[in-house]
Design a protein around this ligand. Structure first.
Ligand SMILES: *[C@@H]1O[C@H](CO)[C@@H](O)[C@H](O)[C@H]1NC(C)=O
Length: 380
């Protein structure tokens, strides 16, 4: 009990530090992690091609070589290479810490292991930091919750497109938006159409009605509710194939009204109640949600359920289902979780997906949930 408390306290100190000084955070924790062989082995032993012994953290050069090969990383010169190696080492230490704070997931080397937390945040996240929804946001009607299935997954029902990749651009909000509308459009029309994020990145400059300088801004972030508002006003979204993703926001808007593939009928905000979230998911399709991505840079698989994670929302993702089976790490009971579609390609996480535990609004996952309905005509 006492040691559990000590870990909690330690975790809190580590996290508080990492939020305030993101570049250096991985280094300040050095020495705080003892030589816990079991955890270290778990952290780095993540593939047949990389079975390692107990001194993995000491063997970081070797793991860095494997990492470079696996993810096709090249660096311009020796200085850059050596710098990235030092960042990689810091991230391995961070993964060990995450493993301790979040034992029901597996943390380790990912495609982001050569990025500092600050680089990671600026390139791969992208929800404008507005924890508050506009006060005039339409609230979703309260739904009955007595007949909810124990497990539910929109992927099994054809409402979810393949995992996409936002690349090095803070456009997660646009992927969350298209994912929700793709699902709603499938429910309304029976067709699963992959929709254009680039249209949102190029054309959507919708601002928060209450904070005029907080606007959707391409690779610099945005908000799903504003993007639904834009889509409603613009008339709809084009297909991915007709307006493909480029991963930059330097282009001009190439929206063509005649090529609209899906239209927003309405959208609303779901209350901070996990049964209402589940009921809206089952009834209306995948939901756009915001989350604190603090544990996602090192996440590999399992149900993420950190002892401590603030509700500072910085990433937009898609809630596609929930469940409680198929989850049994040592000494842990089965635990209900949400199934989250991410936009970092299929090689991240569990084939592009993230599982986060239900029940405690972990990492703010219940804080900003929106549902959208599509117009049920196919006018194109
Ligand atoms: C949203 O639009 C759908 C489809 O047109 C409609 O069935 C539903 O009642 C609307 N919901 C709200 C909250 O207005």
């Amino acid at each position: 009990m006492a040691s559990r408390f000590a870990i909690l306290l330690l975790s809190f100190l580590l996290i508080a530090t990492s939020f305030r000084c993101s570049i250096a955070d991985a280094d300040v924790n050095e020495g705080a992690v003892g030589s816990d062989d079991l955890v270290i082995r778990q952290v780095v032993d993540h593939g047949e091609d990389e079975v390692v012994g107990e001194n993995s953290l000491l063997n970081a050069d070797h793991h860095f070589a494997i990492f470079k090969r696996k993810f096709g990383k090249t660096y311009t010169d020796k200085a850059e290479h050596d710098y990235r190696l030092s960042v990689f080492k810091a991230n391995m230490r961070r993964a060990v810490q995450h493993q301790k704070i979040d034992p029901s997931a597996v943390h380790g080397v990912t495609q982001f292991s050569d990025l500092t937390p600050r680089e990671f945040r600026s390139r791969f996240l992208g929800v404008n930091r507005r924890l508050r929804l506009p006060s005039d946001a339409h609230k979703a009607p309260i739904l009955p919750t007595n007949d909810l299935p124990a497990d539910f997954d929109w992927r099994d029902r054809g409402a979810v497109t393949a995992v996409k990749n936002q690349g090095s651009c803070g456009s997660c909000w646009s992927f969350s938006t298209t994912g929700a509308l793709e699902g709603a459009n499938f429910l309304a029309t029976g067709n699963l159409e992959s929709l254009s994020e680039q249209q949102l990145v190029d054309c959507d400059h919708e601002c928060d009605p209450e904070e005029k300088d907080s606007c959707d801004s391409g690779c610099n972030g945005g908000l799903m509710n504003s993007a639904f508002e834009y889509t409603l006003k613009a008339g709809g979204l084009m297909r991915e194939a007709d307006y493909p993703y480029t991963g930059t926001d330097r282009g001009t808007c190439k929206f063509e009204k005649t090529k609209i593939a899906a239209k927003v009928a309405n959208f609303s905000v779901v209350s901070l109640d996990e049964d209402q979230i589940a009921a809206n998911l089952v009834k209306n399709g995948p939901l756009a949600v915001a989350i604190n991505a603090a544990y996602m840079q090192t996440y590999m698989k399992g149900v993420s359920c950190p002892y401590i994670c603030t509700k500072r929302l910085d990433h937009g993702v898609l809630l596609v289902g929930y469940g409680e089976t198929g989850y049994s790490p040592i000494r842990m009971k089965e635990k209900p979780y949400w199934i989250i579609k991410n936009s970092w390609g299929p090689n991240w996480g569990e084939d592009g997906y993230y599982k986060i535990c239900r029940g405690r609004n972990i990492c703010g996952v219940d804080s900003m949930v929106s549902t959208v309905a599509a117009v049920s005509t196919t006018s194109h």
